[in-house]
Design a protein around this ligand. Structure first.
Ligand code: NDP
Length: 253
């Protein structure tokens, strides 16, 4: 029996990257996982297939975040699927992972780019938590994926880092608010972590990025997924409101 058997989980943005690895990891522990995506339908279905081949349970749910009605659309799909599979809409674990990077110099950041970054990275997680709490039993788990860039300067990512600074606040304040329900709320901060960005196919760039970590390698999505999975289990019941540095020592300087 896994550590999350009988639990239900939603991982936003789990068609690729860190979200994909997290969905697979939570399912390995026995959770029924909602694999959320927006554009990557085939990728999301592949995640479900991978989980099911391994004996786990998962389904896809689609919704674009950062637009009007986003949370409502996501929860309509989620609730229908949960009701079909479990007879209830209870959601035990929410992982706010979906996010968009900026990659725009401060001089070139437009109000539209800025608003979009905040809508996807900060506004959506807040309202996802607000909605999820209606169905989250006592003892639930909320994990928000932030970034090492809230502690380490990168002038090309000021607006993005601002969104993640806002995400960090979710753990602090919601943790206090939800303590009486034994719901924990934590932030996990990845450093540079391999994803489908073509930069990870460029050996010189990878070598440079690896040099930022104390371990002289870039992070793998599974490095982050293991941390999230721990926070989702009962073993992490005494950890709440924390900022977990999962940057592979990048923030050591
Ligand atoms: P990827 O770019 O690999 O994947 C992003 C995921 O988010 C995809 O599943 C994508 O869905 C989904 N997504 C993006 N925008 C939206 C949207 N508007 N609505 C709904 N879903 C959306 O991400 P990573 O794995 O690299 O990053 C995951 C998280 O970790 C992000 O929050 C990121 O900011 C954070 N992070 C990543 C770091 C890294 O180096 N990779 C470093 C620090 C933090 P679809 O494919 O269907 O479009």
């Amino acid at each position: 029996m896994g550590k999350l058997t009988g639990k239900t989980a939603l991982v936003t943005g789990s068609s690729r990257g860190i979200g994909r690895a997290t969905a697979i990891r939570l399912a390995q522990e026995g959770a029924l996982v909602a694999v959320h995506y927006t554009a990557g339908k085939d990728e999301a279905e592949d995640v479900v297939e991978t989980i099911e081949k391994d004996g786990g349970h998962a389904f896809t749910v689609r919704a674009e975040l950062g637009v009007d009605g986003d949370v409502h659309e996501l929860f309509l799909g989620l609730e229908n699927a949960l009701r079909d599979r479990t007879g209830s809409v209870a959601l035990d674990i929410l992982v706010n992972n979906a996010g968009v990077m900026g990659g725009v110099k401060p001089e070139e950041t437009t109000p539209e780019t800025f608003d979009r970054l905040f809508a996807v990275n900060a506004r959506a997680p807040f309202f996802l938590i607000q909605r999820a709490l209606k169905h989250m039993p006592d003892g639930g788990r909320i994990v928000n994926i932030t970034s090492g860039l809230t502690r380490c300067a990168n002038p090309d990512e000021i607006a993005y880092a601002m969104t993640k600074g806002a995400v960090d606040q979710l753990a602090l304040h919601f943790a206090k608010h939800l303590g009486p329900r034994n719901i924990t709320v934590n932030s996990v901060a990845p450093g540079i972590t391999r994803n489908s960005n073509p930069v990870f196919d460029m050996p010189e760039a990878v070598e440079f990025m690896a040099g930022l970590s104390a371990f002289n390698r870039v992070g793998e999505p599974e490095d982050i997924a293991d941390v999230v999975a721990f926070l989702a289990t009962d073993e992490a019941r005494w950890v709440t409101g924390s900022f977990v540095d999962a940057t592979g020592g990048t923030l050591l300087g």
